[in-house]
Design a protein around this ligand. Structure first.
Ligand code: SAM
Length: 275
């Protein structure tokens, strides 16, 4: 029996409430989740039957973005905030399969990520996992492990992938990200995916699923998502639905937005370069 299925197993943290990382893990078909998380994932699937495919597509876009950053942009340092539980291919694997020396610092505020990440990375000196909160961006910049691992005088790719939706605009998440971007060298990148609102029922449905299961998970207009990039120029193809976002082949033939399945119009990706 997996620990997560044993009712007497004490992992050292509260498992009675769903967390973002564990619900996402359940949607991706992972094993690092508990009954409350699986109920949360079931709510997502109730309102958006293809929610699992949204999560898989988000991971695939993450890998495409990392490959572009290493191969085309020459990036060899990643600060991945809201990294989530380790899954099939993570930022460090995507980066290090092209440049084995690429360094990755994972940051997440869910302690389960640290526990599982440390086990996964026990033998990987190029990658660290830190528990910290995006809401306190200065604590990330001041973190000794991160400062020792990444060289802030050289370009870094800041990954804030699949996390903005969990903050309401009233919390001003763009200001937290700005604090970190301000500390990055010119030539750094900011990589974001977010839930989009172009007026479609299934987009509203995923917001409802998030609000009912986790109490967060808001959708935003493309104009509002564009503001996450703090005025920095976006690399081609700009902000677009994941299924149309191929930064290494921005001119490739992609389906027209209206030809995508409705679930493929739930998330958008974008990548900006700091001048
Ligand atoms: N970035 C991964 C991806 O796109 O596949 C994981 C996305 S998952 C939907 C969002 C992650 O953000 C979760 O692991 C969650 O624990 C983390 N998270 C949520 N709020 C956070 C915060 N305030 N600071 C750091 N991480 C946070």
């Amino acid at each position: 029996m997996a620990p997560s299925e044993d009712p007497d197993y004490d992992p050292g943290f509260d498992t009675s409430q769903p967390t973002i990382a564990r619900v996402y893990d359940a949607l991706l078909g992972g094993k690092d989740n508990f009954a409350a998380d699986r109920e949360g994932a079931a709510l997502y699937l109730k309102y958006v039957p293809d929610a699992g495919r949204c999560a898989i597509d988000n991971r695939a876009a993450l890998v495409r973005g990392v490959h572009y950053l290493v191969r085309a942009a020459g990036i060899d340092q990643f600060l991945d905030i809201g990294s989530g539980l380790p899954t099939q291919k993570n930022t460090h694997q995507a980066a290090q399969e092209i440049n084995p020396a690429a360094k990755v610092a994972y940051v997440d505020n869910d302690p389960i990520v640290l526990a599982h990440g440390r086990a996964l990375l026990a033998t990987n000196n190029s990658t660290i996992v830190v528990t910290a909160d995006l809401r306190e961006p200065q604590s990330i910049l001041d973190n000794e492990e991160i400062k020792n691992h990444l060289d802030f005088s050289r370009p870094i790719a800041l990954m804030v992938v699949g996390i903005h939706m969990h903050f309401h605009d009233d919390e001003k998440p763009d200001e937290w990200v700005r604090t970190i971007v301000d500390a990055l060298a010119p030539g750094s990148y900011l990589f974001i995916t977010d839930f989009v609102d172009t007026g479609e029922p299934l987009q509203k449905a995923i917001e409802r699923a998030g609000l009912e299961s986790l109490g967060n998970g808001w959708i935003r207009t493309p104009e509002r998502i564009t503001q996450h990039f703090l005025g920095m120029p976006l690399v081609a193809p700009g902000l677009d639905f994941l299924a149309r976002w191929f930064p290494e082949e921005p001119d490739a033939d992609v389906p027209a937005a209206e030809d995508l399945e409705a679930y493929q119009r739930i998330l958008m990706a974008g990548l900006a370069k700091k001048p």
